[in-house]
Design a protein around this ligand. Structure first.
Ligand SMILES: [Fe+2]
Length: 464
């Protein structure tokens, strides 16, 4: 009979083969069911799954090797491997509600028990850390192959010139340098684990107040210098607590904005938290009021009417395909809010979504000759296009969380959300319409932020 440790050893030994087999299996699936081919997102998910599987095998083996060095020789590698896999399965099983919610947008109540929170935090730390680290391993691996190929070619060229190249290249100095480089590569590859820990424990709550000046051509004189604070993607849940949201509310109030705009997603996965998040946000104060729109988490948890009622009772107005005039002296601004547009069926999804955008963001909401500001949770292409068609001056959105993992210092498009969204953070412009995408203050999926700090925006409107 084949034992479990034996199976594990074989899996580790043949991981490249296993991943290749999975690729071939998927390719065969596409050949058998050609209609499924072409779903770009599916392919990305599959590629990530392969990287994930290969990465897990790679890092668990490294961990076992590392821990094995510090343990008495009596404890064999096989026993360590079994312990590692059991711990892995335990953490995975405890984190399952959160993983399932993330993958399938499942809303459920009371899953924030302390054990689940700790194991989920551990799981996501390991998940993000090991994935990023394995990407680095792949990069180093590719570099190593390229260097070897270059060396081989170099050797061949020198051989043909009869200059004893082989002897030089295979000197002990060369080999020890390669060994040193290999060890350095593994060490550098492990840094994402530290980074993921930072993003989990600190980066996730390291709020940044972003001040932006917004030049608007037809802004009435009375509104010159008018300040709007924007809060988005609150996502109250196990990792976005009432205390943290309260701190964000205090920071926002401390900025003394004239008006506060909330751009949706008030809960993570627990509809039972809507009343708690609303009671915390009820402390927001601005002389011209607090207004908001709803996010996809309200739409998918079917709490849109319920949460709007809760906000209304606290004096916060949620604009649902509605507009309201903000008056200052004799001048006016038109503030519009829409719910998340949706397609009802998967057939003809794009066209249905576009129709829903047009239905929600209809022409009567816009007042010509006035500055029109739109609150829309999702910064989708269709909503932005529609806003530009209607001549809306400024659109405020959220939804993307700035990708949560981003390399903004390289390029602002280098973030996870960019796989699904064109507009992911900051400013975009189309004709005379400006779009600002706020990174939000909460998280969903993994409770980690790296390179995409939580954000409270203060937008100062100025005349041009
Ligand atoms: Fe969100």
């Amino acid at each position: 009979m084949v034992s479990f440790p034996g199976l594990y050893r074989r899996a580790v030994h043949h991981w490249r083969g296993i991943v290749t087999l999975l690729i071939l299996a998927r390719a065969a699936f596409y050949v058998i069911y050609p209609d499924e081919f072409g779903r770009f997102f599916d392919l990305i998910v599959f590629a990530l799954l392969l990287v994930f599987i290969a990465g897990q095998i790679f890092w668990i083996k490294r961990m076992i090797d590392f821990v094995g060095r510090f343990l008495p020789s009596g404890i064999g590698r096989t026993r360590l491997a079994v312990i590692a896999v059991l711990i892995y399965l335990f953490v995975y099983a405890c984190s399952y509600p959160g993983i399932q919610s993330t993958n399938d947008h499942i809303f459920r109540t009371n899953y924030d028990r302390p054990l689940t929170v700790v194991t989920e935090a551990l799981f996501w730390w390991w998940f993000v850390g090991s994935m990023l680290a394995f990407f680095l391993v792949l990069v180093f691996g590719a570099g190593d192959y390229a260097a070897r190929a270059a060396t081989w070619m170099y050797t061949k060229i020198r051989e043909t010139r009869r200059e004893q190249a082989n002897a030089e290249i295979s000197t002990p100095a060369w080999h020890s340098r390669r060994r040193f480089l290999k060890q350095s590569a593994v060490l550098v590859s492990a840094t994402p684990f530290v980074a993921a820990g930072y993003g989990l424990l600190y980066g996730r709550k390291n709020v940044e107040v972003v001040r932006q000046r917004v030049p608007l051509a037809r802004l009435p004189k009375g509104f010159d210098g008018f300040r709007i604070a924007q809060l988005s993607d609150i996502h109250m849940g196990p990792f976005t607590t009432g205390d943290y949201i309260r701190r964000c509310v205090e920071i926002t109030n401390g900025m003394k904005p004239d008006l506060i705009a909330l751009t949706g997603d008030y809960i993570a996965w627990d509809p039972g938290l809507e009343s708690r998040v609303v009671s915390v946000l009820a402390s927001l104060r601005a002389p011209h009021g607090v207004f908001g729109c709803l996010g996809n988490h309200e739409e998918e948890s079917e709490t849109e009417a319920y949460v709007s009622g809760l906000f209304t009772a606290q004096g916060v107005r949620i604009l649902r395909q509605e507009r309201t005039l903000i008056r200052l002296g004799g001048d006016e601004l038109n503030l519009i809010g829409i719910d998340c547009p949706r397609a009802q069926s998967e057939q003809d999804e794009e066209e249905e979504y576009r129709r829903d955008v047009n239905r929600r963001l209809h022409g009567q909401l816009v007042i010509p000759g006035t500055v029109n500001i739109l609150l829309s949770h999702e910064p989708s292409d269709f909503v932005f296009d529609r806003a530009a068609d209607l001549g809306i001056d400024l659109m405020l959105a959220g939804h993307t969380h700035g990708g949560q993992l981003a390399l903004k210092f390289v390029h602002r498009g280098l973030n996870l959300s960019h796989l699904l969204n064109r507009y992911t953070s900051g400013w975009y412009e189309q004709r005379s319409t400006k779009l600002y995408v706020n990174r939000g203050i909460g998280t969903t999926g993994f409770p980690i932020r790296l390179g995409a700090r939580p954000e409270i925006t203060v937008l100062e409107l100025v005349r041009t």
